[in-house]
Every structure is written in C-alpha cells, then in structure tokens.
Design a protein around this ligand. Sequence first.
Ligand SMILES: NC(=O)NC1=NC(=O)NC1=O
Length: 165
Amino acid sequence: MTPEEFNALSEFEAVALLRPLVNIPAWAKTVSDGRPYSSVEDVLQAAGSACENWRPEDIAQALSAHPRIGERANGNGKEAQLSRGEQATLDISQQSVIDALYDGNQRYEQRFGRVFLIRARGRSSEEILDNLQRRLKNSPDAEDHETAQQLKEITLLRLKEIFQP
Ligand SMILES: NC(=O)NC1=NC(=O)NC1=O
C-alpha cells in the first residue's frame, strides 16, 4: 500500500488495518486521524510519536495479545498470524533452546507478572535468550521501559510491512 492509498481509506478501513498491529485502540485511532501523510517516513514518525502516549495499562492490554517467545501463537486472527511470522525466524530446533526459553519465560513472569516481550524479528534464539537473562536482572522500572520500547519496535515493524512495495 502507498501512503496515498492509506490516506484515501475511510476511517473505519484505516483503523481496521491498524488495529491488529498492537492491541491499543487509541493508537490506531491516533495514526488514522493523523492522515493525510506525505510519505512512509511521515507515517512511521507519527506512529512512533503516538507510542509515547502509551500508559502501563495500555501496554498490559497489548501484552495479552502477544504469545510467549518460543510458543506458537494460536488463533486465526491477524495479530496471531503476525506473531507467527515474527517468531518463525526463531531457530528453536534444539530442545535445549526450547527448554531455556520456557524456563526463562516462567521466571520472568514470576518476577514481573507479565509475558516477556522482545522484538523477535532479526534476532537469533541465542540473542533472545541473552536478552531474557539480562532483563531478568532489571529493576521493575527499567523493565517497564524496555518492554514499552520492544512493543514500539514490534508495532512499527508491523506498520512498515503494510507499506512495503
Ligand atoms: N512474547 C513476545 O516477545 N512475542 C513476540 N515478539 C515478537 O516479535 N512478536 C511476538 O509475538
């Protein structure tokens, strides 16, 4: 899709296109309302700014739509499909990696009370495991910040895909 085509969508169509990217309705509305955009960079800039408005409860809601890293996203919704694609690059062929991810996810959820979120695209399972081990030592505030940043990266990558030629 081109920015011009995105600009030409009805509000309903634009929001419907944006909603599966992150489970924060206000974000989709803000990006839709920001039209018309002059370029893809313009859309990404506005969308990135809209991420800065995210409150802890928005992020908690969005995390409910993200499967654990290393676990297959069930369901046939668009968001589950996006997660499957993002996690497809994970080479969880070795049982040791699957076990380490499973153990790390469990420990993370016990410590922080929510799913461990990381932008999986472009990362090996080793890199994800390293990040998981590092972030397990984060303070709650530091981890809130990293989680919001990862959610933003995932969301903007998904948005960029829409405008890929
Ligand atoms: N728990 C997660 O980190 N999930 C995910 N990371 C991604 O990049 N896509 C996901 O669904």
